[in-house]
Design a protein around this ligand. Structure first.
Ligand code: SF4
Ligand code: SF4
Ligand code: FES
Length: 235
């Protein structure tokens, strides 16, 4: 069986703007969208640019828009998409500049992650290793901390967030998840810095609670819940 797929193509040296190009792809059993991209790249056009690494929903690099929804190409089955629609359209992740074809510039995202100081800040290291890691926390906080730690920084939630369309400077769900990781860790001593970023005009209170971020997250990190937890912690 052959299926029609449209893929966004853009070459920064040749094109003023990108366009969708149609390809016929040989459907294979259990085929992922990433495998589809490999087939186009290997058999039809070796210049197609796209990112991937782990192929197992761990590295977060293969995120693209598939029929308008941000998803991991390696985790998304072509058959599932064809159950929802007649055709497949693959475009670069929304809310980022395009470098080439499906490759986006995530430097603003990584700079924002860096600004959160994404590591534990300790008052002092205690001499006893066991004491160093002893701290109490509520079950709910622990659950969200674990979910936040599962984040693979794919930015699907950021790409799907309607608030970012309206307010591009909104901190967004992926950065909020990052902040929650340290804010809900009782060992961290950098609460004021995390609060300052979260409470800024573009911070967590700008969230409109659409919950699109929850629906599109491939790791069930529940970004809206992390945002709500942060709001309650800093209000
Ligand atoms: S709940 Fe907030 S962060 Fe999530 S999609 Fe809506 S506006 Fe964006
Ligand atoms: S919260 Fe989910 S969707 Fe957002 S960056 Fe992390 S893993 Fe990706
Ligand atoms: S290739 Fe690593 S998440 Fe898809």
């Amino acid at each position: 069986m052959t299926i029609k797929t449209k893929i966004f193509r853009y070459h920064p040296d040749k094109d003023k703007k990108g366009k969708l190009v149609e390809y016929s792809v040989r459907m294979e059993e259990g085929m992922s969208v990433l495998a589809l991209l490999h087939q186009v790249h290997d058999e039809q056009d070796g210049t197609l640019a796209y990112r991937y690494s782990c192929r197992g929903a761990i590295c977060g690099t293969c995120a693209v828009m598939i029929n308008g929804v941000p998803r991991l190409a390696c985790k998304t089955q072509v058959s599932k998409i064809l159950d929802e629609a007649d055709a497949i359209t693959i475009e670069p992740l929304a809310h980022y500049g395009v470098i080439k074809d499906l490759v986006v510039d995530k430097r603003p995202f990584w700079q924002a992650v860096q600004a959160t100081m994404p590591w534990l800040v300790r008052e002092k290291e205690l001499p006893d290793e066991r004491l160093n890691y002893e701290a109490s926390m509520s079950k709910m906080d622990l659950d969200q901390l674990n979910r936040s730690s599962d984040c693979i920084k794919c930015s699907c939630c950021h790409a799907g967030c309607p608030k970012v369309d309206e307010m591009p400077e909104f901190i967004g769900p992926a950065i909020s998840i990052q902040i929650s990781k340290q804010m809900f860790d009782p060992r961290d001593r950098n609460f004021e810095h995390r609060k300052q970023i979260s409470a800024a005009p573009n911070g967590v209170f700008a969230c409109d609670k659409h919950a699109v971020c929850v629906k599109v997250c491939p790791k069930d990190c529940r970004p809206l819940r992390a945002i709500t937890f942060i709001q309650n912690r800093i209000k």
